[in-house]
Ligand binder design. Structure first.
Ligand code: NAI
Length: 740
């Protein structure tokens, strides 16, 4: 079975997301709704979406639109018809009747339902029709969420389901988990329970919402939106509907009921329009006081808003064991929530899945957790868990484990896929070295470096790990959300605050040395980025000999935003790339001006399609839809390059003053137009200095070392200024740029 054409019916949040993602995979798709205007509006929304649902906005017209009356015959040509209309069984049944009358023989029909069992959806279908019918449950936003749950019925043609799974894995890049027909399948059953327990325990233990989010967030390996932030993001009203459907579907004995009871405060929020970010606000809201936007948080006891407080739990690292053993309210909350999630998830084995590992992976792919409940249990330790837990009645999984006390109960990971993923390889690899910022693994004849800091920010230790690992072919890859958000700014600011600029200089030199080493060591180095790849992260990537990029990268040299210029070889490598173009060979100003434009404006690309024209990525770099495949593709490159020879050094002929003057003219115009202010001018001038080659002329040859020196000197001059320090502090505190 080949999928060459798809029709999606229902152009709301999910239908449009699915259509956009099919477009990303270059599959012709038609989006149908009740009226053509509705699907047209949906297509406009796709075009404007942020973060963008499309890899390449210019392909938007590959999504055809229409309505279900005039254009239903589109279904005749489709190999796959996805139903994503409202969650109403009568409407869905009507649609299926129409689809099965029109579809070509053998075409797959699937529903995106989040809560209706397949036996109910398919109750009016013939045995023959049931063969080709299943649930394909995508997560929102479709481009970015890794999970796709497929639910079969007893009549399915298994070969076809296999082919669909393969298609969704390879072409759409999804982590596809085949689930049983149970309410909420895997992801939502456990994920929504986890959200509810995190919320209800916060109420019970009288934690503020900021405190709960500070714990049920990064310290537990959960996205920093936490629980109340996530509620606001999803929509408090939508969550209430989800809970109602669970209450309706699940047997009375299921522990879900305990955490799904209506909370008067939440009911009141919905009734007064405080439905979250899309409404007037929710648990958090932005309020304007004296013309300034202020983040406020809801007091769970009084229902009143107060200025949101930043909670410092005094622990930067993700260390679940330390967290649950803390002798304070945070430790108690973390343990209560974690142990209840473990108890609930394990109570569902084997009913909702035989493979408990699938639950962990669903949490990873569908909720962006770094570890699922069973991995949390493994990390806590089986003996420790049973010493600490009170009761776990009616739970076969835990009862058996309590008997065996098998600390190594876990076994393999990512069983849902045949791909040799990083997750699987890490289990088999030897951890040969590591520090607080990175881990080095050895597998067969190559090394893997995985960064491990918050947003994988880079510091001296990260560089140390990279340098050490180049004794073998090296793959730089990780499982967390971001490849690297760049150099650790708070690490740098700590030195600046003490006036210890020598240490900053030492770090930058080491950064440069390491990047050089990545490029020129005898063994090939591959970067396999996904997610944020910014600043120093780009510098690591562009110094690697090969790149295997996930299509969901956000890539850019963004240093100017914090009043700095790239100093780990970012300017050097970008110049080198642009100098190779035909235009640059004719016009010596071309390359420096292009790079000035890109780095000066801190331009970022949100996909490889956007990154290539800026030359953050090269044509020969691999671009991969399925994140799980990054390691396999990297490994293949290593195999193909057994005779690898490091590249030869680059030489630069740069125009110096003439192009610098042109850049300064550009800056002066921006300054006069008030696009940049005084310090923007200073930063721009430093960048101009580096990219023009400093005090050089076109006939002089500059080495890479000379370029590193220019970068370092400009960086040091800038970091010593008060205004750059103010920019950094502001960004660290607010996550936003300061224009000064
Ligand atoms: P939505 O309300 O955003 O969109 C539904 C669309 O269906 C609307 O554009 C509506 O005009 C259209 N529609 C209604 N009746 C129709 C008919 N007879 N023919 C053609 N179109 C019709 O809904 P959303 O959120 O996109 O949900 C769609 C499905 O996906 C539901 O089954 C929902 O349970 C499921 N789902 C939703 C998720 C979410 O986060 N919103 C996540 C996963 C699944």
């Amino acid at each position: 079975m080949e999928i060459k054409k798809v029709v999606v019916i229902g152009s709301g949040t999910m239908g449009s997301g699915i259509a956009a993602h099919l477009c990303n995979a270059n599959i012709p798709v038609t989006l149908l709704d009740l009226k053509t205007e509705i699907s047209e509006q949906a297509r406009d929304k796709i075009h404007k979406s942020k973060p963008p649902l499309l890899l390449d906005k210019s392909k938007i017209s590959n999504i055809k639109v229409g309505n279900i009356l005039d254009n239903f015959s589109e279904v005749k040509e489709a190999d796959w018809i996805v139903e994503a209309v409202v969650e109403r069984i009568d409407i869905k049944h009507d649609i299926y009747e129409k689809i099965f009358k029109e579809r070509k023989k053998g075409a797959i029909v699937s529903s995106n339902t989040s809560s209706i069992p397949i036996k109910v959806l398919s109750q009016n279908l013939t045995e023959e029709e049931k063969k080709d019918f299943c649930i394909t449950h995508f997560f929102n936003p479709v481009r970015y969420m890794g999970l796709l749950e497929i639910v079969k019925n007893e009549n399915n043609d298994l070969e076809k389901i296999k082919a669909l799974k393969k298609f969704c894995e390879t072409e759409l890049g999804k982590g596809v988990i085949v689930c049983n027909d149970t309410p909420g399948f895997l992801g939502n059953r456990v994920g929504v329970y986890a959200m509810q327990i995190a919320m209800t325990e916060a109420f019970k233990m009288k934690l503020s919402i900021e405190e709960a989010d500070a714990i049920f967030g990064r310290p537990m390996g959960i996205p920093k939106t936490g629980i109340f932030g996530l509620y606001d993001l999803i929509g408090i009203d939508l969550m209430a509907d989800v809970l109602k459907s669970f209450i309706k579907e699940l047997p009375k004995t299921d522990n879900f009921h305990e955490v799904a009871k209506e909370i008067p405060l939440v009911k009141n929020l919905i009734e007064t329009g405080y439905t979250g970010r899309k409404g007037k606000g929710g648990f958090y809201r932005i309020n304007k006081t004296d013309g300034k936007k202020v983040m406020e948080a809801l007091n769970l006891e009084t229902g009143e808003y107060h200025v949101s407080k930043k909670i410092n739990i005094k622990s930067e690292k993700v260390d679940l064991v330390a967290l649950i053993n803390r002798d304070d309210k945070y430790g108690k909350y973390a343990w209560s929530v974690t142990s209840k999630i473990i108890k609930y998830a394990s109570s569902l084995v084997p009913e909702i899945t035989k493979e408990f590992n699938d639950i962990d992976e669903a949490m990873r792919l569908g909720f962006n957790w770094t570890k699922g409940p069973f991995e949390m249990l493994e990390e806590i330790g089986v003996n420790n868990f049973f010493n600490k837990v009170d009761e776990y009645g009616n739970n076969d999984f835990l009862e058996n484990l309590a008997k065996s006390k098998n600390e190594k109960f876990y076994g393999e990971r990512q069983k849902y896929t045949d791909i040799e993923t990083l997750g699987k390889v890490k289990k088999k690899a030897t951890s040969i070295d590591g520090n607080n910022s990175a881990q080095i693994y050895r597998f067969k004849d190559y090394n893997i470096v995985e960064f491990t800091t918050k947003a994988n920010a880079l510091d001296y230790n990260s560089m140390d790990a990279l340098k050490k690992a180049t004794d073998k072919p090296l793959i730089i890859i990780n499982e967390s959300m971001q490849f690297s958000a760049g150099v650790n700014l708070s690490y740098t600011m700590d030195f600046a605050d003490k006036g210890d600029f020598k240490s900053i200089e030492k770090f930058i030199r080491y950064f440069q040395e390491t990047c050089n080493h990545l490029k020129y060591s005898d063994c090939p180095v591959i970067s396999a980025p996904s997610g944020l790849t910014l600043g120093g992260g780009v510098e690591v990537m562009v110094h690697s000999n090969f790149v295997v990029s996930h299509t969901n990268i956000v890539v850019g040299l963004v240093e100017t935003i914090v009043g700095l210029t790239p100093a780990g070889g970012g300017c050097k490598e970008m110049l080198a790339r642009w100098l190779e173009t035909e235009e640059a060979k004719k016009d010596p100003h071309y390359a420096p001006l292009k790079v000035f434009d890109i780095i000066g404006y801190a331009k970022t690309a949100t996909s490889p399609v956007e990154a290539e024209p800026m030359m953050y990525l090269r044509a020969e770099d691999k671009k991969i839809m399925n994140r799980n495949s990054l390691l396999e593709v990297s490994k293949k490159i290593l195999e193909e390059n057994r005779e690898f020879k490091a590249p030869s050094e680059i030489k630069f002929n740069l125009p110096g003053k003439t192009v610098k003057n042109e850049m300064i003219k550009i800056l002066e115009k921006l300054y006069n137009d008030k696009v940049i202010l005084d310090h923007g001018m200073e930063v721009g001038k430093e960048l101009a200095h580096v990219l023009s080659g400093g005090n050089t002329t076109i006939d002089k040859i500059l080495s890479e070392e000379d370029m590193f020196k220019l970068e370092l000197d400009s960086f040091m001059r800038l970091i010593e200024t008060k205004k750059t320090q103010e920019r950094i502090k502001h960004t660290l505190a607010t996550g936003k740029p300061l224009i000064n």
